[in-house]
Design a protein. Structure first.
Lengths: 242, 255
């Protein structure tokens, strides 16, 4: 490990910007970005499934509040939501004395909350569309077999809806990764935060941002590859025979 | 006859310009106003400020008469080259790009940076030990950011903000334990804040130069080394006899 570091140090000796210090900033930024994006995606996904089912319900008391939530979070910029949650939470009376303060004092949790609520709203609408697009015949067939509505949902509607939602959800994952670039406005040192730091320190916009763009591209390609693999597996029945 | 007239006129002109150039009794100094509290006008139109008072004190020390010339900032170096005045004293930061054109005096003022914390805070000194585990706020890309990152980046969390306003908001909500700012900025945003009480922690910093820069200098034409030396000498005398501190106290309230 030490030999590797020495080698890297020697390689970097000839430039003034990409020193071990700035590379470690980028490294920490990568960890923060990946943590933030994937935690918010996973929590958002877990929230979105029941919300999408509720959103497709015929009961107005369930349907409309969920619609209001997705409408608000899809209708306002993520940056505004992030500002509201990060700077707004401190105006809650007595928050500094409560047990919540150590949690929301750090920028990570407010950012995670904002990103989760945002992606959950989009994912809910993606799933709702997929649920709505279930062919009527499949549901009627399930009813004819004597399945209860809950069983129909579990065995017929949701599995095929997930498959249909997959390409659109893949886009949402990539959008989320790119949207996470705004996390640095609330002092979180994510990838973009590291790039802004290097830019401000060395007045080198091209070096700082091209480097970080390359990292984002690598991340995006791995996500694309993962989803292409999943689509090949799960949507195999839709592929033309070769 | 005509030739003689031209010649004598030319001679007169040469004599006039050389007399002007040699005339050290009257030195014209350019200043761009307003830039409070360094240079500005009082309500009745008189020039005042730290630069003006210090400049006048130096001239008095040198026993020369000085005249202030108000000049817009973007033309202030070209005007010096064109001999519209003999010196610039207008909060000009010494840097290498300007050094190509201008001969600078010794720095006569460096805007200090200072640590600010809530007055209830236990911190009374900013050292590696006392800042261990603290959250420090700085403005991104400022000299304070560079200083804090290099000195305390390993022991403390450094939160970087795009604007001083965001930082003050997080200071008021207790997200930050301490911030490091230009003293005048901290004075107007934190010390004069009505929401909470703040204090200055430890010493104000202007050293090392690697981080805090060379400060403000007077600018001269490159050939006027003599004049620059005289001002440097006068500045040194004023610093030694306490006049400099008096003037500084007039415009900057030290804690």
């Amino acid at each position: 490990m030490q030999a590797l570091l020495d080698q890297l140090d020697a390689l970097l000796a000839n430039n003034s910007i990409f020193t071990l210090q700035t590379l470690s900033f980028y490294g920490d930024g990568l960890v923060t970005t990946v943590q933030l994006v994937f935690m918010s995606l996973i929590i958002g996904l877990i929230l979105a499934i029941p919300l999408a089912i509720g959103r497709s319900s015929k009961n107005g008391l369930i349907k409309w509040p969920i619609f209001l939530y997705t409408y608000v979070f899809r209708g306002t910029p993520l940056l505004v939501q992030l500002y509201l949650i990060y700077y707004g939470v401190v105006f809650v009376e007595g928050i500094q004395e409560s047990w919540l303060w150590p949690v929301v004092k750090d920028p990570f949790v407010p950012a995670l909350v904002a990103f989760t609520l945002n992606t959950a709203a989009y994912t809910t609408e993606i799933f709702r569309g997929a649920i709505k697009a279930t062919p009527k015949g499949e549901i009627e067939a399930a009813r004819a077999y004597g399945m209860s509505p809950a069983l129909t949902l579990r065995r017929i509607v949701l599995p095929s809806a997930f498959r249909r939602a997959l390409p659109a959800y893949g886009n949402e994952v990539i959008f989320m990764l790119h949207a996470s670039a705004i996390a640095s406005v609330v002092t979180l040192m994510d990838l973009t935060g590291a790039a802004r730091f290097v830019y401000a320190r060395f007045y080198a916009p091209f070096d700082a941002f091209l480097f970080v763009a390359a990292i984002y591209l690598c991340l995006t390609f791995s996500i694309l590859y993962l989803f292409r693999f999943l689509e090949k597996r799960l949507l195999a029945h839709l592929q033309p025979m070769t | 006859m005509k030739k003689l007239l031209t010649l004598s006129l030319l001679g007169l002109a040469v004599a006039a310009t050389s007399a002007q150039a040699r005339d050290d009794d009257q030195i014209r100094i350019a200043v761009d106003v307003p830039y409070e509290p360094m240079e500005f006008r009082t309500p009745d139109g008189e020039l005042t400020g730290f630069d003006i008072d210090l400049g006048n004190a130096m001239c008095a020390e040198m026993k020369v008469e000085c005249e202030w010339v108000v000049q817009g900032w973007d033309g202030i170096i070209p005007g010096l080259m064109a001999r519209k005045y003999d010196a610039i004293m207008s909060s000009m930061t010494i840097n290498d790009r300007r050094r190509d054109k201008v001969l600078f005096s010794e720095p006569y003022f460096t805007p200090p940076s200072a640590w600010f914390a809530p007055s209830t805070s236990d911190l009374d000194d900013a050292t590696e030990d006392s800042l261990d585990g603290m959250t420090i706020g700085v403005q991104r890309g400022t000299l304070q950011d560079n200083y804090v990152t290099d000195m305390y980046g390993n022991v403390a969390d450094v939160n970087r903000y795009s604007t001083a306003d965001d930082m003050v908001l997080d200071m008021e909500s207790e997200r930050l334990d301490i911030v490091f700012l230009d003293y005048p900025v901290g004075q107007s945003t934190l010390l004069e804040s009505e929401n909470r009480d703040y204090k200055v922690v430890g010493e104000m910093l202007t050293e090392p130069k690697k981080y805090f820069g060379d400060g403000f200098g007077m600018g001269f034409r490159k050939r006027d080394q003599d004049l620059a030396d005289k001002f440097n000498q006068a500045l040194k005398t004023l610093k030694d006899n306490g006049t400099y501190d008096d003037i500084e106290a007039r415009y900057f309230d030290k804690p």
